[in-house]
Design a protein around this ligand. Structure first.
Ligand SMILES: NC(=O)c1ccc[n+]([C@@H]2O[C@H](COP(=O)([O-])OP(=O)(O)OC[C@H]3O[C@@H](n4cnc5c(N)ncnc54)[C@H](OP(=O)(O)O)[C@@H]3O)[C@@H](O)[C@H]2O)c1
Length: 176
């Protein structure tokens, strides 16, 4: 069941990589190098619309192939080729739902950052969380996952790949 979006809106799924201390980013960047998780992120998001904050888009720096990116900004001037820009969360969600219909996608991904996760957690159906075995310094965090609201449905451990900074565990939570 959806948390807070209208019954006709495709399910909203938050995809995040989070440190043991809740940190997801610092100074506008990811606080680790985890190519193995980026590969998984690509597989999980492919063919789907991705809603994100302007700071996260600037960290990524370009439209990602095979996905429609809907970037939220309060600034009227921000624009970039190959993406959709929305100025309110409602408009961003509507745009993402339209993209999902056009793409034949069954769900909408929220790809961060901290500000966007905080605004969308209450309407999410599923959380796809990479728990990174590090506690980096950073200024962006993921909100608390309340286990009276969220039920863990799967847990997969990944050993540290050659180019990864750490090992990690992917945990899926479904709304109770
Ligand atoms: N570990 C992970 O999985 C992960 C994933 C994504 C991002 N990150 C990291 O998280 C950090 C960025 O997160 P953040 O919280 O600082 O920023 P963010 O959520 O990426 O972007 C915030 C910006 O989005 C716009 N915005 C937010 N809510 C809006 C709304 N309701 N209506 C219109 N515009 C809205 C505003 O843009 P304007 O300022 O243009 O108005 C705001 O400044 C970076 O370090 C990034 O690398 C980590």
């Amino acid at each position: 069941m959806n948390g807070g979006v209208t019954p006709h809106h495709p399910p909203v799924v938050l995809v995040v990589a989070v440190g043991k201390n809740g940190v997801i980013g610092g100074e506008g960047r990811l606080p680790w190098r985890l190519p193995s998780d980026l590969k998984r992120f690509k597989a999980v998001t492919m063919g789907k619309p991705m809603l994100m904050g302007r700071k996260t888009f600037e960290a990524i720096g370009r439209p990602l192939p095979g996905r429609e990116m809907i970037v939220l900004t309060r600034g009227p001037v921000f624009t970039s080729p190959g993406i959709h820009v929305a100025h309110t969360l409602d408009d961003g969600l509507k745009c993402a739902a339209d993209c999902a219909r056009t793409m034949g996608a069954s769900e909408v991904i929220v790809a961060g950052g901290g500000e966007l996760y905080r605004q969308t957690l209450a309407m999410a159906s599923r959380l796809d969380v990479t728990q990174v075995d590090l506690s980096p310094v950073g200024d962006a965090t993921f909100p608390h996952i309340d286990d009276t609201i969220w039920r863990e449905t799967s847990r997969t451990k990944f050993t540290k790949g050659e180019k990864d900074d750490a090992s990690f565990t992917v945990v899926i939570f479904e709304r109770r």
